[in-house]
Design a protein around this ligand. Structure first.
Ligand code: B12
Length: 209
């Protein structure tokens, strides 16, 4: 559909002033928030990823595309969350130390919030010590760690080790995700891996049982 194609192109071009208006147009044209997310915003970001990989886009352009995606996600967030949800658990989230990527993590947080979880997001480049402090302060049921760089997947294990040393490891279950992450990496520290924001909700529900 043209309205969704326009949102896709808007993300690729990093037209951050246009995205909210285009989302309104898509909604008026009958698109659902889920379609806007999947076929507009996420499809656009996937294209950005492809162009970045082959060297057709560079970091500054990727940043404005990411900002555009972020504005779009904030706009549709209330539409993806149903009104009357009872709280099912608390998840403390962090992008691990050394890593600044947060779009995927924000999306996972958004979906979990929509499914009734209370989210505490510590942000990006979060040290193992800061995660330990967060666990002490907020007493979450689950800890969600995100990493998008092969190198920063190591920070996940360091975070789990820090939780063990602080005697906090057994009080939480650790969910992990991000493009270079897999279950094999997660197995190294007793983590639970999930591929995307939808399956993350299923995983969280499973871990809460
Ligand atoms: C946007 C982006 C950036 C932006 C980030 C902006 C932001 N605020 O996030 C900027 C420009 C800052 C950036 C910088 C860099 N980036 Co970058 N970036 C990307 C890009 C293009 C898209 C990532 C994205 O947002 N995808 C969309 C979201 C929705 O998907 P996602 O993040 O995968 O998240 C989903 C799942 O992974 C999962 N998930 C994610 N987290 C979690 C957590 C849990 C608990 C669970 C269950 C699931 C889960 O669910 C999410 C939703 O479905 C990727 C390319 C790619 N193919 O991924 C490169 C990419 C990740 N970047 C890369 C690189 C190399 C860099 C830089 C080193 C570049 C440079 N030379 O400076 C720096 C590193 C900065 C740092 N220290 O972190 C490489 C990493 C290679 C590697 N394997 O190590 C990639 C793969 C590009 C490439 N092909 O080379 N980047």
């Amino acid at each position: 559909m043209k309205a969704l194609q326009d949102i896709y192109q808007c993300v690729v071009d990093g037209e951050m002033d246009e995205v909210e208006g285009l989302i309104d147009e898509a909604l008026s044209a009958g698109c659902t928030a889920k379609e806007i997310l999947d076929d507009g915003l996420l499809a656009g970001m996937a294209e950005v990823g492809e162009q970045f990989k082959v060297g057709d886009m560079f970091v500054p352009e990727v940043l404005v595309a990411a900002k555009t995606m972020d504005i779009g996600m904030t706009k549709i967030k209330p539409m993806l969350q149903s009104g009357d949800i009872k709280e099912v658990g608390t998840v403390l989230f962090a992008t691990v130390k050394g890593d600044l990527h947060d779009i995927g993590k924000k999306l996972v947080c958004m979906m979990l919030e929509g499914a009734g979880y209370k989210i505490i997001d510590l942000g990006v480049d979060v040290s193992p010590e800061a995660v330990c402090e967060g666990v002490k302060e907020y007493k979450p049921d689950l800890v969600g760690l995100s990493a998008m760089l092969t190198t920063t997947t190591l920070s996940m294990k360091e975070t789990a080790d820090a939780l063990k040393q602080a005697g906090l490891y057994d009080s939480v279950r650790i969910m992990v995700g991000g493009a270079p992450v897999n279950q094999k990496i997660a197995d190294e520290f007793g983590g639970h891996y999930s591929t995307n924001a939808s399956t993350a909700v299923e995983l969280a529900n499973e871990l809460m049982k």
